[in-house]
Design a protein around this ligand. Structure first.
Ligand SMILES: *[C@@H]1O[C@H](CO)[C@@H](O)[C@H](O)[C@H]1NC(C)=O
Ligand SMILES: *[C@@H]1O[C@H](CO)[C@@H](O)[C@H](O)[C@H]1NC(C)=O
Ligand SMILES: *[C@@H]1O[C@H](CO)[C@@H](O)[C@H](O)[C@H]1NC(C)=O
Length: 320
């Protein structure tokens, strides 16, 4: 319905010059806690004018959230930023950390004396909107253990590149690993990513977690201005004992006191026992036997005949 009036104005020549000045996407959407980007284009001649982003059902009463200074410099207010590109005659609005309350009617506007040229943009927030990516709010893992994050995405984004990015701000985050647009797993250092295009989910695994890995991360699409991302807070639980970290990655029978670095013992059961008994054998040969031999040696050394020294042997033997 709301698309109709501007269209009609465009179709009826000379009805109004305002609607032709500025063009917007009509609607935009992003996931809760994620971000969205809106690009509004304008006609030649409007480059040096101030552009703004305004919220409210009616343009007359809308509240300006952010505006340019007439230059190409980015201006940011709270979670909303605006940047004009006077070469491409387009300005870009980014809204970050979206909440349900952000769903509303907005306007791209250009300030001038008299009625401002404007165009309406309906903003939707939440799952089910298009071009969207969804992830868990939080992911935790134990120190030295691993964690897995699954992010879902909408139909149509299957063959796009997905990535895992670190940093408080989405636009400035550092990409740690990204897919190639296929389902092949990509691994970099301690982080891997794999896309499942049938289920429209991709899985990120972080291994050998450290305390300093705790941060804000993002599931995102092929990184450019208009692609969405969703934040995931990563927490690393300190490892109190070695045993608490083991069950998250593989299961080791509690009764067998094996070192952490032997998952083979639990996975290969019959051979595992053989391995354990050979460990005992090796212990016998390399630890118990030398200890026994050195004790024997010490006893022999103490009991050896000693010339003038006192208390060499037991007093009884001297008395005889
Ligand atoms: C403006 O848009 C042009 C053409 O798309 C691009 O080459 C240029 O880098 C953009 N400028 C800024 C500041 O982003
Ligand atoms: C997003 O907003 C929530 C609540 O307003 C806040 O607690 C959180 O820290 C924000 N996250 C980011 C990444 O700005
Ligand atoms: C951003 O990425 C989307 C999807 O990958 C693509 O359609 C769009 O052309 C890209 N925009 C720019 C400015 O590269």
């Amino acid at each position: 319905m709301w698309l109709l009036p501007p269209l009609l104005l465009l179709l009826i020549p000379g009805s109004s010059d305002l609607s032709a000045v500025i063009m917007g996407p009509g609607e935009a959407s992003g996931p809760e806690r994620g971000s969205l980007t809106v690009q509004c284009r304008y006609d030649p001649g409007w480059e040096p004018y101030l552009k703004y982003w305004c919220q409210g059902a009616e343009f007359r009463n809308c509240r300006i959230l952010v505006g340019t200074t007439g230059s190409e410099q980015e201006v940011k207010e709270d979670r909303v930023s605006i940047r004009d590109n006077q070469t491409s005659r387009m300005f870009t609005v980014t809204m970050e950390n979206l909440t349900r309350e952000d769903a509303d009617t907005y306007w791209c506007g250009i300030e001038r004396i008299g009625a401002d040229p404007n165009v309406q943009v309906k903003v939707a927030v939440g799952p089910g909107s298009s071009g969207v990516i969804m992830g868990p709010e939080e992911a935790r893992g134990p120190e030295r253990g691993s964690l897995t994050v699954q992010c879902r995405y909408d139909r149509g984004w299957e063959t796009h590149v997905k990535f895992w990015c670190r940093g408080a701000e989405f636009r400035k985050c550092t990409i740690l690993v990204g897919t190639t647009g296929s389902e092949q797993q990509v691994k970099k250092d301690r982080v891997s990513i794999r896309d499942n295009q049938k289920r429209r989910t991709f899985t990120v695994t972080m291994e050998k977690l450290r305390q300093e890995d705790a941060d804000t991360y993002w599931c995102g699409f092929e990184k450019n201005e208009s692609n969405p991302g969703v934040p995931v807070r990563v927490t690393v639980d300190p490892a109190t004992t070695v045993l608490t970290t083991i069950p998250t990655t593989f299961t080791v029978p509690v009764t067998t006191e094996v070192p952490t670095s032997s998952p083979t013992v639990s996975s290969l059961h019959p051979e595992g026992r053989a391995l354990l008994s050979s460990v005992h054998f090796l212990l016998l040969v390399f630890l118990k036997l030398p200890v026994f031999l050195s004790m024997l040696g010490a006893v022999l050394w103490v009991n050896r005949p000693q010339g003038g020294s006192e208390g060499g042997g037991p007093p009884r033997s001297e008395n005889q």
